[in-house]
Design a protein around this ligand. Sequence first.
Ligand SMILES: CC(C)(COP(=O)(O)OP(=O)(O)OC[C@H]1O[C@@H](n2cnc3c(N)ncnc32)[C@H](O)[C@@H]1OP(=O)(O)O)[C@@H](O)C(=O)NCCC(=O)NCCSC(=O)CCCCCCCCCCCCCCC(=O)O
Ligand SMILES: Cc1cc2nc3c(=O)[nH]c(=O)nc-3n(C[C@H](O)[C@H](O)[C@H](O)COP(=O)(O)OP(=O)(O)OC[C@H]3O[C@@H](n4cnc5c(N)ncnc54)[C@H](O)[C@@H]3O)c2cc1C
Length: 613
Amino acid sequence: MGKSVNPDLAKARSQATFDPANLTNYLYGGPEKLRRKRYLPAFVFKELCTEMSLTDLCLIFLGLLTHVSDYLGLTLSIENMAAKEYKEEGFKSTDDMSREEAYEESMRRAVYTNKRVLQLNLQDQEEQYYFREIFVPGANPFALHYVMFKDAINTQGTEDQIQKWLPLAETYAVTGTYAQTELGHGTFLRGLETTAEYDVQREEFILNTPTITSSKFWPGALGKTANVAILNAKLITKGRNCGMQSFWVPLRHLETHQPLPGITVGDIGPKFGYHTSDNGFLQLNRVRIPRENMLMRYSKVLQDGTFVPPENDRLVYVPMTQFRFVVIGRSGWTLAKAVTVATRYSAVRRQSEITPGGGEVQILDFQTQQHKLFTQIASAYAMIIAAKAAKDLYDSAFSKMEKGNLEDLPMLHALTSSMKAFNTWEMATGVEQCRMACGGHGYLLASGIPQMYTDMVSACTYEGENTVMCLQAARFLNKCQEAANKGERLPQLTRFLQTSRLNISSSLDQDVDLNDIIAAYEFRAATVISEANARLNAGLAMGKSQSEAWNYASQLLVKAALAFSHWFTVRALIENMRGAGFDNSTETLLLQLAKLYALDGMLRYSGDFRKVG
Ligand SMILES: CC(C)(COP(=O)(O)OP(=O)(O)OC[C@H]1O[C@@H](n2cnc3c(N)ncnc32)[C@H](O)[C@@H]1OP(=O)(O)O)[C@@H](O)C(=O)NCCC(=O)NCCSC(=O)CCCCCCCCCCCCCCC(=O)O
Ligand SMILES: Cc1cc2nc3c(=O)[nH]c(=O)nc-3n(C[C@H](O)[C@H](O)[C@H](O)COP(=O)(O)OP(=O)(O)OC[C@H]3O[C@@H](n4cnc5c(N)ncnc54)[C@H](O)[C@@H]3O)c2cc1C
């Protein structure tokens, strides 16, 4: 049954100087995780897209045997109900569909995968993602449900609320969204207008969107899919505005799916991409919910209306910080997919001659094509590995936070904010470069690259618009610079502000030393951060207020956050490549790739590097 592989592609692969399996295992966390990553989507396609042959059944059964513990409950009848329902209508490509039809097809597939995930008892979030990512490509209508809705319950709910609500979400008894952004405000959260006024008589909150600009606008799944929202609103109790809090708000009837009284909800219309996500709007006309519906892990409203503030008012932001980590990781993998398509295409596409009369060559033989693609292969590895490094930092800090130690929260916010901006901007540029590297065929939806771009480029906007996120990170970096100026102790991650020196031993005619590369990026980041701080202080010296001086320095402050992320990425890439335990040939290749990434970055930002010598 093996498919014939294009001879040019087979030849290119045969020339590899390393065993790709070493890399793939590393990227996916080891051979067992890789096996599962390949097995799960194959299971879907075998169940849905081909008639079952006896051989297939045996293969699946043999495959299952290695996981009999996982699938004991699996009904071996391949004609499972969920599959049967889907197969009756058959597999349809969404490329030629209207937005409505594409949403419905995506919903059909998502419902099938949701049901099968439950039947197969796939508990692991990553395995759930593997199970559905190929079958429900791009914007899954349940994306908010899978991530921010459940994360908000887990991180903002009390234990009782988690016990009550999470099973409803896990079993799809409810489908949720995360409703924060309004027509009038997305970035400036303190400007949100939706109110939640506490009625002490009835121990209820009255939710209201008093103006057109307070309408919730953009939340995914709000248009049609969701019947409950974790909704952020300004809490007002005893006449006092207590800031943004989160609430569990029923939107639609669980049986009829019709909007509940006081709820006006619908789809916001066509978008640049993300067509199969029903981003919607929501207006609340004095909708009442019980006091128990406020997520009260950190802040509370007592029966008599007394507001008990959180230990730290930024804890309400944790779901956004958590989801930024998802976006940071997804950006690297999106670029990895795009550059895989483009590189394979470049191995099989023959166009033009290098030597006149020598015959048309694989376009991968052109140095310009190699530069376009190899730099993006390096960038994809860099982003994926830096995302893992950032996540490790987050996990250790989050475990401290769960014990009440919040000292790392500012560093985490700065790291997630700057890395989310850096990775999504780099991904957007890289995916577009891959599309163009495929010529006309890259412009076909069938190439897969256009949708990768139009779906994922929205990540430069959602979860915190990138410029704003850089400025958030710059707040932390500037504070560290001020502390460094006074000789105070700095958080581990920014100690380089005090120690970085430019003592590069490499000279241009030598093979550059990797430690010098890290030192160069560190010194560049320290210099740009220091320059931004100097411009801010120059603004203050000119008599500007703190906020005017901040605005005056903001372009440099954005650069400072990006230089910090670039350093974090280069350091993570080199240190992880050196320490990953690869065989010599693989490690040599990966360190070459790391050098390519770093030196390409120096060329692209040569102004910074020339300036710092
Ligand atoms: C931070 C703000 C910009 C400004 O905050 P403020 O207005 O409060 O003012 P300050 O700047 O003064 O900040 C005050 C203070 O707080 C600190 N702070 C701020 N934020 C945080 C935080 N998050 N954590 C910790 N600390 C924080 C800040 O540093 C200040 O402290 P200092 O004074 O000490 O400096 C704020 O307004 C803001 O955050 N704006 C951005 C709003 C935002 O992010 N909105 C997001 C809305 S939700 C959204 O967009 C969801 C999108 C989802 C799209 C779908 C994607 C799914 C598909 C892709 C992924 C696939 C996954 C599939 C999974 C699967 O299938 O399983
Ligand atoms: C595909 C998609 C899905 C989304 N899903 C959800 C969801 O599920 N739930 C949800 O709540 N929201 C969602 N959003 C909304 C998203 O979070 C907001 O769009 C985002 O936070 C940006 O806010 P905004 O749209 O108001 O842009 P604005 O903040 O108005 O940004 C416009 C411009 O103003 C600039 N700007 C704003 N503030 C500053 C500042 N302080 N300093 C310098 N420049 C500034 C920005 O840099 C930008 O260039 C989604 C958005 C998209 C595109």
